[in-house]
Design a protein around this ligand. Structure first.
Ligand SMILES: Cc1cc2nc3c(=O)[nH]c(=O)nc-3n(C[C@H](O)[C@H](O)[C@H](O)COP(=O)(O)OP(=O)(O)OC[C@H]3O[C@@H](n4cnc5c(N)ncnc54)[C@H](O)[C@@H]3O)c2cc1C
Length: 433
């Protein structure tokens, strides 16, 4: 049996390097970069590429990937320990080569792309020479993919796409899109959709407008509203089989969700650290704020929530490594995903409160982080759907009782116990002294 909470000394030393590097290089970078994902921005490339090189030299580049894809193959647990050190930064994921949505899109291409697609898109994506976008959500609704309207029709040896998507993050600077479209409208609901690679410069791909979200600082919104009008792509740009869009999507969503959670641990910890500094620095009535019981409670509650959440994330990462099969960790990942927005909102919210007016001002990041909790509660599926999934799976296989009362109904249990031990209870043998 092995069960432990220790990091091996060699990796612990690498993590120490990460923490120092993030403080010295990545945090300052965040102050001057517009969007760390935008590989078409020469200024960004000048700043970020030398840092990525240093990460490669430390063998910490793209830790989520195995050696066959250019990563060290450390697995999810080590990635979790890394991501919690970079999660409070904007640029960190890109500097360390494990940023969404590129990480998930790379997984899809690696699994389902042709050799040619891998050469054209996967290789430069893994080197962060290009960016990618995942184009699934439609303006008519994202939670229910069985209601998606974007159509793909086979004409000769080409697929022709028509429809609208939005929140296709980074489509404005991506080299290609991974698009989910209806190919078989009359098939059962979960076999109607297929997945495609669409080069962004294909005629008919149009950005209707950029869409921005509160709390993201880039000059122009990076979650565009897209229209596909008679977009023609070769038949071999389909990823997976016809009607297998749902299965292909799962390849990326499992990992993507847990990676967000790993980074959120970092964001929550940073909120708590800043809360602590404020609590011992600011005075009220001649005493540090932290000595006030109601403030102390906010600190304690934040610590407890953080540690509970972190353990859930680490355990889930450990299970992914152990089982190597996302289907076996669906409940774990859904639990992490559903817990994440609340922990972040609660702790960032308390950090705002303890910092007073400064906390809510644009001079501190907490407002942005509190709003980020809504991003975490929507992207890769709304919290409610994950909770439904958890409950559904937990109830699967549970037998209903046959009697009127639950199987642990106390009077019923008592009666059964009396029947079982009745003879012994009635016997009047002397009790051992
Ligand atoms: C910052 C950001 C980036 C994103 N990036 C991408 C991206 O790159 N690619 C992409 O394809 N999408 C992306 N999304 C979209 C995201 O996946 C969707 O927002 C999400 O799937 C929900 O879809 P919706 O917004 O259309 O909400 P709707 O489907 O309209 O649902 C709205 C709300 O209704 C409730 N609800 C819906 N269905 C149920 C149900 N069955 N039971 C209970 N409650 C329910 C939930 O509270 C839900 O939040 C991004 C979103 C954000 C905020």
């Amino acid at each position: 049996m092995s069960w432990g909470f220790e990091t091996d000394p060699e990796y612990a030393a690498q993590l120490d390097w990460v923490s120092e590097f993030v403080t010295a290089e990545v945090e300052p970078l965040d102050q001057v970069i517009d969007h760390a994902w935008n590989t078409r921005d020469p200024q960004r490339n000048k700043l970020i590429r030398p840092l990525q090189q240093r990460v490669r030299e430390q063998k910490l580049w793209a830790c989520h990937l195995g050696p066959e894809l250019g990563g060290p193959g450390y697995g999810q647990l080590k990635l979790a320990l890394l991501n919690e050190r970079i999660g409070h930064t904007h640029s960190g994921p890109v500097v360390f080569g494990n940023q969404a949505p590129d990480s998930g899109n790379a997984e899809i291409l690696a699994h389902f792309g042709t050799d040619d697609l891998k050469k054209r898109y996967l290789e430069p994506l893994l080197e962060n020479e290009i960016a990618s976008s995942y184009s699934m959500t439609e303006p008519t609704g994202g939670s229910d993919p069985t209601d998606f309207r974007t159509r793909a029709v086979l004409e000769g040896d080409e697929w022709v796409l028509n429809g609208e998507k939005w929140f296709s993050s980074h489509a404005n600077f991506a080299e290609f899109l991974i698009v989910m479209a209806v190919t078989d409208p009359d098939a059962p609901p979960h076999q109607r959709l297929s997945m495609f690679v669409v080069p962004t410069d294909t005629p008919g791909v149009e950005i209707v407008r950029p869409v921005g979200v509160f709390g993201h600082d880039e000059e122009e919104g990076t979650h565009p509203y897209l229209r596909y009008t008679d977009v023609r792509i070769p038949a071999d740009h389909m990823l997976g089989g016809r009607g297998e869009g749902f299965q292909v999507a799962q390849t990326r969503l499992g990992g993507g969700r847990i990676h967000h959670a790993m980074r959120t641990v970092g964001l929550v910890r940073k909120s708590l650290d800043m809360m602590l500094e404020r609590a011992v620095s600011r005075t009220s009535g001649g005493r540090p704020l932290g000595e006030r019981q109601l403030v102390a409670e906010m600190i304690a509650d934040s610590h407890i929530q953080l540690e509970q959440f972190r353990l859930l994330v680490l355990q889930t990462a450990w299970r992914i490594d152990r089982y190597q099969d996302y289907r076996k960790v669906i409940v774990d990942i859904a639990s992490v995903k559903a817990a994440m927005p609340k922990v972040l909102l609660d702790v960032a919210g308390r950090a705002i409160q303890i910092h007073g007016s400064l906390g809510i001002s644009e001079e501190m990041p907490f407002g942005k982080w509190a709003l980020e909790s809504y991003h975490m509660g929507l992207a890769d599926g709304a919290t409610e759907l994950h909770k439904l999934q958890i409950a559904k799976r937990l109830m699967r296989g549970v037998q209903p009782t046959t009697g009127l009362f639950p199987s642990t109904h106390l009077p019923t249990m008592r009666a059964a116990a009396e029947l079982k031990y009745g003879d012994l209870l009635l016997a009047d043998d002397p009790v051992d002294a």
